[in-house]
Design a protein around this ligand. Structure first.
Ligand code: GLV
Ligand code: GLV
Length: 321
């Protein structure tokens, strides 16, 4: 694919960037200053046939970008979530879109469980307590935390990631319920399907967002859902910030109407609401669900394999469109 002109929208993985540089004709959007990017795109529009983008902050693939690139053929997402790509516009233009499902499932599920345990057992708080010398100052005393084993876990979205979370928490003796927009044809005898997210929240000690972001799931964790989860409930979000009514979440946590939260994603990341920083019942992570060396390598290889397949007019490995 030496002749394939590829535009990388923002720095992702060093290995991916090196391989793109070695195997294609790579352009980096950030080589142009912010106010010169339109000019940069116009100057290179005739050679850009592929765009590579991530899923979190800085991710792209909106109609403006697509329209600026008349020779574009494919958008390869270095992410499982492709919510930043305008699929309607891609379909109109006949563009292909790929993502990186499967290879990151275990890592995201691991982090979801880790955030739940960290929030309930207050592991980051305990770490700060020890480092601040408070353990010693308080004669070896530390307050009590809340058990995770056996807690009722509710999962929004029983896709690959949701299912991997369910399997993990089963090992902790947690009964699992789930909500799914389209009820799985497959039956899960060990998991209880609930028809609304409010019911799921009311029935859960820990509510986990593991679905993809789209029009239907935008704001799915509403004020009503947060109220139903309640002052002893914990919300874990490994989906997207926009799944949650964030101002309401912050208010509920600060006022004790919600017990705690473990958050890997935020509405306007990397901006995190200042009010969250002050709360000890919240565990914050920098959108790192798939951020292990092992998985980022596998995601990079999948992006490269999809581009390679496209360049050779072979079937794409993991097509979205
Ligand atoms: C990351 O957020 C992803 O969608 O893979
Ligand atoms: C996608 O949403 C997945 O669960 O892998």
């Amino acid at each position: 694919m030496e002749s394939l002109g590829v535009l990388l929208l923002h720095p992702l993985d060093t290995y991916l960037e090196q391989e793109l540089d070695r195997r294609c004709r790579l352009l980096r959007l950030w080589d142009a200053p912010l106010d010169r990017r339109g000019e940069f795109l116009r100057a290179h529009a005739s050679s850009i046939r592929a765009v590579v983008t991530g899923g979190g902050s800085g991710g792209g693939g909106d109609a403006a970008l697509i329209d600026a690139l008349p020779r574009l053929e494919i958008i390869a997402c270095y992410a499982v979530g492709f919510d930043r790509v305008d699929l309607t516009r891609c379909r109109e233009r006949g563009l292909r879109v790929t993502n990186t499902p499967g290879v990151l499932t275990d890592d995201v599920a691991d982090l979801a469980v880790g955030l739940a345990i960290a929030a309930l057992r207050r592991i980051p708080h305990a770490d700060r307590y020890v480092r601040a010398g408070l353990w010693k100052a308080n004669n070896g005393h530390y307050g009590l935390t809340t058990q995770f084993s056996g807690k009722r876990v509710g999962i929004i979205g029983l896709g690959r990631i949701g299912l991997a979370i369910a399997k993990r928490v089963e090992g902790f003796g947690c009964p699992v319920s789930y909500y799914q927009r389209t009820r799985q044809q497959q039956a899960y005898p060990n998991y209880t399907y609930l028809p609304t997210v409010v019911q799921l929240a009311a029935d859960s000690d820990v509510l986990v967002v593991a679905c993809s972001l789209n029009e239907q799931s935008h704001g799915i964790v509403s004020r009503e859902v947060i109220e139903a989860l309640g002052p002893r409930g914990v919300l874990v979000n490994v989906g997207r910030g926009a799944h949650v009514d964030q101002p309401e979440l912050v208010a509920a946590l600060a006022e004790g109407r919600l017990g705690g939260a473990g958050l890997d994603v935020f509405e306007a990341e990397p901006d995190v609401p200042e009010a969250l920083m002050a709360l000890d019942n919240v565990v914050l992570a920098p959108h790192m669900g798939s951020g292990t060396r092992e998985t980022r390598k596998a995601m990079s290889d999948l992006v490269l394999a999809n581009l390679e397949a496209h360049a050779l007019s072979k079937p794409l490995l993991t097509p979205v469109v």
